[in-house]
Ligand binder design. Structure first.
Ligand code: AMP
Ligand code: MG
Length: 301
């Protein structure tokens, strides 16, 4: 895939060296098929250039202007080129408390809401169940020029559906190939996919569930189902392993985000997005009018 620059960037976006990871996160966090998920430490902080929690907000602030401007260019490009423009889709998957909601709030809160398309996928409604599992997903894809965020996704159809055996085994088996074809199609149409597995440890999940139950302001986040899902931890690890092994493609990569430390998790997803946008490098659209002539017209008006 080539992304030619149609015009030189008027003001190159730079991020201070000290805010950048020594190794691009797209390499440092990249899953490789066959690699056991148990090898990934949920409390690790790969590539983090600072001291820790104490400077995470500051380092995030340093990349915010670049994120903001890339997003605006992407959006402008979408207005200009319509279906020929690119989009970005961030898929967030992880067990309860892993931080899907936290990322939506803290990472996507950095962006201009008009350039975002957020969707969350719950237990399918009867209507959704009457369609193919990708039907509801297609309806929520980001239009060209937008950054889409999926809080859960089509992967639920190989995760909870596998663990709870919600469909016959042969149908489940087909889901993986259907997902791969679907994602390849998306990429062909110009969508950049960033698939994040938020890797939280069982100990940290327990702390977070307890925190939800001991703070009335967090009761709404708790579901009595969470403890039932937690009891199936090994089955979910296996389901994630198979999903990542079978549905990792060069153009639709999986990243494993260590998620025991919220500050690292949020910074890492923001940085992954920055790297992707940097690579995509959308340009400001050229005007479809004569700038000098319009200047003269406005001045004399
Ligand atoms: P939450 O995201 O915590 O509000 O919970 C949403 C619930 O919907 C989770 O228990 C998911 O496993 C469940 N869910 C999402 N997609 C599906 C699906 N395709 N089939 C069955 N359950 C699903
Ligand atoms: Mg929940």
């Amino acid at each position: 895939m080539s992304h030619s620059r149609r015009q030189p960037l008027p003001n190159p976006l730079t991020v201070p060296e000290r805010a950048l990871p020594d190794l691009p996160l797209r390499q440092a966090l990249r899953f490789e098929p066959g690699r056991p998920l148990a090898d990934f430490d949920p409390a690790a902080t790969p590539g983090y250039p600072g001291r820790g929690k104490s400077d995470a907000a500051e380092l995030t602030d340093l990349i915010r202007p670049a994120l903001d401007q890339w997003q605006e260019r992407l959006f402008a490009d979408g207005k200009e080129r319509g279906s020929a423009a690119n989009s970005v889709l961030v898929v967030l998957q992880g067990l309860d408390t892993a931080g899907k909601g936290g990322i939506v709030r803290h990472v996507f809160g950095l962006f201009d809401p008009q350039g975002l398309r957020l969707a969350s996928f719950k237990q399918p409604t009867p209507k959704e169940l009457s369609h193919h599992f990708l039907w509801r997903i297609r309806r929520q894809l980001p239009e060209p020029g937008l950054i889409g965020v999926f809080d859960r996704s089509h992967y639920e159809d190989v995760l909870v559906v596998r663990v709870d055996q919600l469909v016959p085994a042969d149908q489940l088996d087909r889901h993986y190939d259907e997902i791969n074809r679907f994602e390849a199609e998306l990429v062909d149409q110009g969508t950049r996919l960033i698939k994040c597995f938020l890797n939280v440890s069982p100990e940290e999940q327990k702390r977070r569930l307890l925190a939800r139950l001991t703070d009335p302001a967090k009761w709404w986040k708790y579901s009595t189902n969470d403890v039932k899902v937690r009891a199936k931890w090994p089955a979910y690890q296996e389901a994630y392993q198979v999903a990542l092994d079978r549905c990792d493609q060069p153009a639709a990569p999986w990243y494993v985000i260590p998620s025991d430390r919220k500050w690292y998790r949020n910074w890492a997803v923001a940085m992954l997005l920055l790297e992707e946008l940097d690579d995509l490098a959308p340009t400001w659209p050229a005007p479809d009018y004569d700038v000098a002539a319009e200047l003269a017209r406005v001045r004399s008006s």
